[in-house]
Design a protein around this ligand. Structure first.
Ligand SMILES: *[C@@H]1O[C@H](CO)[C@@H](O)[C@H](O)[C@H]1NC(C)=O
Ligand SMILES: *[C@@H]1O[C@H](CO)[C@@H](O)[C@H](O)[C@H]1NC(C)=O
Ligand SMILES: *[C@@H]1O[C@H](CO)[C@@H](O)[C@H](O)[C@H]1NC(C)=O
Ligand SMILES: *[C@@H]1O[C@H](CO)[C@@H](O)[C@H](O)[C@H]1NC(C)=O
Ligand SMILES: *[C@@H]1O[C@H](CO)[C@@H](O)[C@H](O)[C@H]1NC(C)=O
Length: 490
């Protein structure tokens, strides 16, 4: 599909920093689909001279690099799990700061698709955070490894420090590679002790697809292991956490229209822009109709066209001039600071065992997903499967995020059909307090919880609110859910 000239002109005006954020901007459209009519530079070659070579089925590990986690005595390891000779998955593991021998194990995945989980590590919940000048890192007192052993994974192949054959183009294919990686990780004598710990998947953004899809796939592999059709170690999945996630476009896209008109901060665009987007949603052959066709067994091209149309006519125009990840600020918000100079500096790369040049987002991977229309396929059935299987699940959202705003996410949650749904519908929101101060609104129903954080952008743990320290509200949620308790105000 050709893009209107106006959109191409808009592309030239977009600041570079926006192009590099978690969800790619393609041909001027946030979450757009590559137009064949627009010449596009190939993503830079990912390989550097390999100082270590892949052995399929094995890990390459650098222990205690001293980068990021500087708390005395806390173990860390980084490196690659080599699925094949040309598929190397980057991981960075931090043992829990407290009780590492009994603490649960969680994995963290950022979204994109195509974006690196180093975003979460260095901007959100890792043991250290990038400073505002991008010149170095500071220890993070609200890191999630205060409570759990935390494993950051760059995936699919080609993303972040991962490298090799970039053929993955669906969340389902990504799930299979992550499962294979975990089998290799658990088979290593350094990490096999973690295989029996309670296991959590935590993810964000496009992770609204990844999280439910990975979780449902791991459960199905566990069934296969139990019935002898799959060889491997079971993944002891107990928790799924999805922040600011894209799970079910049909229930979430109306949220762009309502949020752009009214949110806790300010309207994002004029009434006429909202009216136009609303028409694009409702009209015959419009966004709603296209997502519906996609979800009713639509082909890759139907789903891909739906992504193209909806992001061109709804998501992108409704953002106005505000930062789509944190709407109180004009675009681009310089916070959280860019990671590129730090993660490509030899001070870091000479220590951690990386073998490729880090990029925040791999456009080839993004394009593969855009070509299959995976974006518009619903992960809600997978989410329901996981909840029904008894996996404790929390969905959360920052109220300052437009790109996966709480209006859309709450509509998705309200539309779930599980054993907890009718109880959930009967609950009303209550204040989620941290040391007596309100951090947001929450509901619990059985093993399902939802929380909307005040003042938080897309990367929830990166923000602070009132007198509550940066990341403290997110850490409270994380700790409670990982302790197998419902959200509890403190
Ligand atoms: C970094 O920037 C954020 C967002 O503007 C601000 O809230 C925070 O205080 C800054 N941090 C420091 C140490 O200046
Ligand atoms: C990756 O290796 C497999 C064989 O292991 C080969 O079939 C495939 O073409 C390779 N892909 C790339 C992109 O090199
Ligand atoms: C074994 O488990 C798999 C799920 O991995 C399932 O698809 C299959 O039907 C099961 N087979 C038997 C014989 O139970
Ligand atoms: C939450 O607390 C605030 C004050 O911090 C209050 O204004 C608001 O009504 C409370 N909301 C709910 C749902 O209890
Ligand atoms: C979590 O709590 C529920 C009930 O509250 C219980 O059924 C489940 O077994 C617990 N899970 C773990 C991992 O302890």
């Amino acid at each position: 599909m050709l893009f209107p000239v106006a959109v191409l002109v808009a592309l030239a005006a977009l600041p570079a920093s926006v192009l590099g954020r978690q969800i790619p901007v393609l041909d001027g459209v946030i979450g757009g689909v590559k137009s064949s009519s627009v010449a596009k530079a190939k993503a830079p070659q990912q390989f550097s001279v390999a100082a270590s070579t892949p052995t399929p089925g094995k890990l390459r590990v650098t222990e205690n690099s001293g980068v990021c986690e500087t708390t005395p005595g806390v173990y860390q390891a980084s490196g690659y799990g080599d699925l094949t000779s040309n598929e190397s998955v980057w991981f960075w593991f931090f043992a829990a700061r407290n009780n590492p021998d009994t603490a649960p194990l969680i994995t963290w995945f950022n979204g994109g698709p195509g974006s690196s989980s180093m975003i979460g590590l260095f901007q959100e919940l890792g043991p250290c955070r990038i400073n505002n000048a991008s010149t170095g890192v500071d220890l993070n007192p609200t890191a999630w490894n205060e409570f759990a052993n935390v494993l950051f994974i760059d995936q699919p192949i080609g993303v972040g420090f991962s490298y090799g054959s970039t053929t993955t183009g669906t969340s389902q294919a990504a799930a299979s590679d992550v499962w294979k990686f975990l089998q290799i990780w658990f088979a290593d004598s350094r990490f096999s002790k973690y295989a029996t710990r309670n296991f959590g998947i935590w993810t964000e953004s496009y992770g609204g697809h990844y999280g439910p899809t990975f979780a449902a796939y791991f459960l199905s592999q566990n069934t296969g292991i139990a019935n002898g059709t799959v060889t491997g170690v079971p993944i002891n999945l107990k928790v799924l956490g999805v922040g600011d996630g894209l799970t079910d476009p049909i229930s979430q896209y109306p949220g762009y229209i309502s949020y752009a008109g009214s949110n806790p901060y300010h309207a994002l665009v004029s009434t006429s822009t909202i009216t136009k987007a609303n028409t694009a949603w409702t009209k015959s052959g419009g966004c709603k109709a296209q997502i519906t066709s996609c979800n009713n067994g639509g082909s890759n091209s139907v789903c891909s066209s739906a992504q193209d149309y909806c992001n061109n006519n709804i998501l992108s125009p409704l953002a106005g001039n505000w930062d789509v990840y944190y709407v109180p600020t004009a675009n681009p918000d310089p916070y959280p600071a860019d990671l590129t100079s730090y993660l490509t500096s030899s001070a870091v790369t000479s220590k951690i065992g990386s073998q490729s040049t880090w990029q925040e987002t791999n456009d080839d991977v993004y394009d593969n997903f855009a070509a299959t229309g995976d974006w518009m396929r619903s992960s809600k059935p997978a989410l329901e499967t996981v909840i029904k299987a008894g996996v404790r699940t929390v969905v959360y959202d920052g109220d300052a995020d437009f790109i996966l705003n709480f209006n859309g996410v709450e509509a998705m949650v309200d539309s779930l059909s599980t054993q907890f749904s009718s109880l959930y519908a009967q609950q009303s929101f209550a204040n989620y307090t941290v040391n007596g101060e309100s951090a947001g609104l929450y509901k619990n129903a059985g093993l399902f919880s939802y929380v909307r954080f005040f003042g938080a952008g897309h990367e929830v743990p990166a923000y602070q609110w009132g007198n509550i320290p940066r990341g403290a509200a997110a850490l409270q949620m994380f700790t409670q859910i990982m302790s197998n308790t419902s959200l509890t105000p403190t």
